[in-house]
Design a protein around this ligand. Sequence first.
Ligand code: RB5
Length: 152
Amino acid sequence: MLIIASDHGGLELKEALKGYLHKRQVAFRDLGTNGSESVDYPDFGEKVAQAVSLGQAEGGILICGTGIGMSIVANKFPGVRAALVHDEFTARMAKEHNNANVLVLGGRVDASAQGVEMVAAWLDAEFSGGRHQRRLDKIAELEKTIICAGKI
Ligand code: RB5
């Protein structure tokens, strides 16, 4: 199951993507926002990233105005690999090379049709493994050690 959420800046694109997920028969939960009033993207990014981090969802889609705030929030969560993508190519690469489990889009950047193309590319792609797995393993190791090792 996927989880999708946005702030007000991503609401319109979120609704368009939900239509696509319905058509494609992808199971998903929408965790808001549901109205056009201004909300804070960390509140919605947290919900999706936490569910993915805890293994309660296979993946997530997050949308704010630019996608930047949501990607900053989501990547704070262990095991979350959130990718802010801009076209079909980066959406496909996000899965093939980075095994991104959260796709991030910008509602004020991407038209609905582009957003759908990017979600489709991400869902259709497969992680390539091999040397890319080695790199993800290094990221996972950094998550465990970066603070304790006094590197920062
Ligand atoms: C909200 O105005 C806007 O700052 C937010 O949607 C997002 O673009 C933040 O990164």
